[in-house]
Structure formats: C-alpha cells, structure tokens
Design a protein. Structure first.
Length: 564
C-alpha cells in the first residue's frame, strides 16, 4: 500500500539530507510504528506519504514514494486526499470550521459524499472517539487533548485507505490514548486500513504495532523488523523494555503483562531490601505544604492556626467558568519553594485552566490565587514575568523571531541575563540545533524545548509547564528531568500539567489529580500514582504490590545489593 524506494529529502538551505536511504514497504492492513530520537526525520517521512513533502514543505525529494500505486512526486496532496488521511503534531493547524460536528463533516463535503452518508459517519466517529458530548462545542473551547481527538476524527470520517498519524496520543490522557489506539487497531483488523504512525511514547503504542521502522540517527538508514527485534537494538525504548534489559530477560517484554509473568524473581530480590522507595523527596529548603482536605466543608472553613507559610503559589476556593461550562470548582492548592507538583487527570479536567489562573491568563469566578504574593490577573505582565514563567502546550505562542539565535538573544535581553544564557540552556537540552534554523522548521518537540529555554532564561521562582514532554524522545526527556531537578534543588517551585505518567514518576514530589474541575486526590507521587491504574507508571504495574516507580530506582537497589 505504501512504498518507499531509496528516499531522501533535502530541505532548501540544508547541507545534508534530513533523511536518506529510506526503503521499506507497508502492506495493506498493517499498523507500522515509525520510531527514533527527536529530529531524525520521522515527520518528514510521514509527510512524504501524503505529498506534503515536497509539494508543501519545499525541498528536494530523491527516490520514489508511492501510495496505492500513485507517485507522490506527481500527485499533489489534494490528489491523494481520497486515499491518505493525515493528522500532524499540531491539531490546530488542521481545523477549518468552528465546531466539532462541522469539522468532522468538512472533509466529506470536500469529497462530495452524499448527506446521508456524511450524517451516519459523523455519528459513528463521535461514538468511536468519545466526542458525542462535545458535538456542538466550539473547537476553541476544547482542551488540547480534545482537539487532538477531533483532528483524528475529521480524518476518519472520510474512511481513507491509509492513515498517517504524527504523535497521535501526545496530548491525550492515558485512557483516551488507549481508546484512540483501540480504534486504530479496529480499523486495521476489521477494515484493512493501513496505518503509519510516529510516536515518542512507545509504552503506549509498541504492543499495537505489526512492525517497527526505526530511524536510529539523522541521515541513517532505517531498521525494519518486528517490535521485539527492533526494541533489542533501538536507542529509544519504553520503561518496560528498559526493565527487561536490566533484568536480563529474553526475549524482551513489550507489555506490562509480559513483564509481570517474568518478574517474580525480581520482586523477590527487591523485597529483601529494608524499605521500598518513595517518590522524589523535596529538598530540605522546601517548606512543607499542608494537604487540603477532600471535604468541601473543610475546604470552606475559615483559616486559623499559625501564620501563613510563604508559598510560591497558593490557590484557595478557586472557581473558573468558561461561558456556561464550569472549568474549575472549589480548588485548593499550595506549592512550596523547591517542590515539584504534577497536575494529572483526563483531558478537559481543568489542568491547563489552573495553570492559566496561576499566570493571570484566566480570571477567577470565585476564590483567590496568589503567586509569589501577587494576584496574577491584577499584576502587570512585566512585573509578573519575574515571578512566574509558563511554557504552554503551543510553543508558537512564545516564539516570534526568524531564527533560533534571534529567539535566544531576545530571551537574554528580556530577562537581563548574560548573553548566551538561553543558547546554553537550549544546547544542554537539545544538542545539535543550529542558530540559523527557523523555529517553524523545528519538530514539535524541538519547538517546545526552545520555548522552555526561553522561559528558563529568566529563572522564575515559579515555573509552570503544560505537557512539557510532547514530542520529546526518552533522551530529551531525561535531560529535561535533570534540569528541572536542579532547579527544584535551588528552590524553584515547579507545577507541570502532564499526561506523561513516566515523567511524573521520575520528577514529581506530589501528584494532584483533577476530575471535572475538582481536586480528587493530592498526595505523594508513590501513593497517588500507584493507587490509580490509569496513572501508574509501567514499573509500578510490573512490580506491584511493591512501590517501585522507575527503572532508575530498581537499578540503584540492585547496585546496593551487589555492593552489600
């Protein structure tokens, strides 16, 4: 169905091809996963399937790409639209209408399908993706994850023979991601749809793949094989595979179920240790944060006792409405200097709204918000920027310059930082990005990293991150964790809204779980994560009932065993 024949792509102004020697075939009715580190050209390979490369992106395409027998060099994207459905990393770039239902119907209108067929397919897709309650909602009012599902749905209604998906679960909560992947699997198995997708969160996807195409490094020839074969040699791999490598299991497990079947001896070794590991411990400089009661009656009780603690962020009885929709209700939250808090919950639970309230972008309907002693929505941005920094889901909201170098120079100037500060941060997080490249030519993960470097240049006491690992491979995520841990150790407070359960396990001291705008759990990461099947990391599921969260914790314990 899809055939790459010695394909290379060289963009205008580039000295070397972004990808070269790409030669593989995707048969009809297979789900093939495109894997590899950030920046190796996965999005370029996907774009070549639908003709976006080179007809839209420019550059030179070498070799040949055919889809259902059509050469993408001679067929423009509109001439492939009846065969190929494409969903990119940024769902907002896909939308052409205002409401969910209209967006699902638009692609079919463009293909001239009869109204009766359109109506039936819209209803089917609303049910498949859990979008029925949102059918009349303006797209602009949806969360990032909800928008991602609408973007996928707008492609599915046309019933394409080939689906091309770039990071389809990056903005989805774990349950929603499983639903989307189950839909894709059903399309493959029941309808014979061919699916080619790229995804960095391999722990979500690898078990669904028939085969994996690995791009190991920029310009390197791809490696093609079964998931087990490729994971054995891949530079990127999910925690369950890393645990299997550490334990010496062969063949390597790809799922939690496979790992649990082999984990009994490992659990016995770990049980011999005098204590089970906890979540990351807040540094000694951090002030203890009282846990708000889950009882609404207690939350509304008048404060008493000792003098207030100087929190980096303090939210009391916060309520926010978006039109008629209550986005947050009766939220209490305190964050101390040096503490890292992960906000988790389903798409639309209110995580991004809470971050917006902490930065003054969202005005409370009731209750109070303070960051660094200031009321955010009543504070001038020039005064607030030194107290709190936000890295949003959409990095383009922060990036305006024509080059990476210009963005970094502007960040240094705005923060009164030493020249080169932003550039040094970026190089530490994302080696290999050149000064002259335009931010729009970076991958989604690279743009997010650039936005993070821009915000960190000012070293705000309170740092807010909205889905900071979208588009990041495991190596980039590890570098991000190292940097954020160092900032927390220096006394910076960090609040991150994330669906990445592995990130929360690695980094967070506390997890605050939101549902329908309310806090339903707030406690140490070990307690909250392990108690929730949806938000538990892979290692916790494999080694339960013992409370291990990460491979690093297990590795350290086994190393101590050897030393003993």
């Amino acid at each position: 169905m899809i055939r790459f024949e010695d394909v290379s792509v060289t963009y205008d102004g580039a000295d070397e091809p972004t990808v070269r020697g790409v030669d593989f075939e995707v048969p009809e009715g297979e789900l093939v996963l495109l894997a590899g580190p950030s920046g190796v050209g996965k999005s370029t390979v996907l774009g070549a399937v639908g003709g976006l490369v080179p007809h839209f992106t420019g550059g030179t395409l070498g070799g040949r790409v055919t889809v259902a027998g059509r050469d993408t060099r001679t067929h423009k994207p509109r001439e492939l639209a009846d065969v190929v459905g494409t969903v990119g990393q940024d769902p907002l770039s896909h939308f052409v209408t205002d409401t969910v239902e209209d967006e699902l119907a638009y692609g079919m209108e463009s293909l001239g399908l009869p109204p009766a067929v359109m109506r039936r397919r819209v209803e089917e897709t609303l049910d498949l993706l859990g979008l029925a309650p949102l059918r009349g909602r303006p797209i602009a009012t949806l969360s990032g994850g909800q928008q991602q599902r609408v973007a996928i749905g707008s492609v599915l209604t046309a019933h394409p023979s080939v689906l091309v998906l770039d990071e389809p679960t990056s903005a989805l909560d774990p349950a929603a991601a499983e639903e989307v992947l189950a839909v894709l699997q059903r399309l493959v198995h029941d309808l014979g749809t061919t699916v080619l997708l790229a995804e960095h969160r391999l722990e979500r996807v690898v078990q669904y793949a028939d085969r994996i195409v690995l791009l190991p490094a920029p310009g390197a020839a791809p490696v093609l094989g079964s998931p087990a074969e490729v994971m054995a040699v891949s530079p990127v791999f999910p925690p369950v595979v890393e645990l299997g490598r550490l334990a010496g299991w062969s063949p390597l497990p790809l799922t939690v179920r496979d790992a649990r079947r082999r984990a009994a001896p490992l659990r016995e070794r770990l049980a011999a240790h005098p204590r089970t590991p906890a979540a990351p411990v807040a540094p000694a400089t951090a002030l203890p944060a009282p846990r708000p009661s889950a009882s609404r009656r207690l939350r509304r009780r008048a404060p008493d006792g000792p003098a207030p603690v100087p929190y980096a962020a303090e939210v009391r009885g916060l309520a926010v409405r978006r039109g008629r929709v209550p986005a947050l209700r009766h939220v209490d939250l305190t964050v101390s200097p040096g503490e890292t808090v992960a906000l988790m919950g389903r798409n639309g639970a209110g995580k991004s709204t809470l971050l917006g309230a902490l930065t003054g972008l969202v005005e409370p309907s009731a209750g109070s918000v303070r960051t660094g002693g200031l009321v955010p929505h009543r504070t001038a941005p020039r005064d607030l920027v030194r107290r709190v920094g936000l890295v949003p889901q959409e990095p383009r909201d922060l990036l305006y310059a024509d080059t990476v170098a210009a963005e970094c120079l502007a960040a240094d100037r705005d923060a009164d930082a030493e020249p080169g500060t932003c550039r040094a941060l970026l190089s530490g997080l994302l080696p290999g990005v050149t000064d002259a490249i335009h931010p729009r030519d970076l991958s989604e993960g690279q743009r997010l990293t650039l936005a993070l470097a821009v915000v960190l240049t000012a070293r705000p006491p309170l740092l807010l991150l909205d889905e900071p690992t979208r588009g990041l491979d495991y190596g980039a995520k590890s570098r991000l964790v190292t940097l954020l841990r160092a900032l927390a150790a220096e006394g910076h407070a960090i609040v991150l809204a994330t669906h990445d359960v592995e990130l929360a396990a690695e980094l967070a001291h506390r997890v605050v779980l939101l549902a329908e705008g309310e806090v339903i759990a707030d406690g140490p990461t070990t307690e909250v994560s392990v108690a929730s099947p949806s938000f538990a990391p892979q290692v916790a599921k494999v080694l339960a009932p013992q409370r291990w969260l990460t491979v690093a914790q297990v590795r350290d314990a086994l190393a101590r065993e050897v030393l003993a």
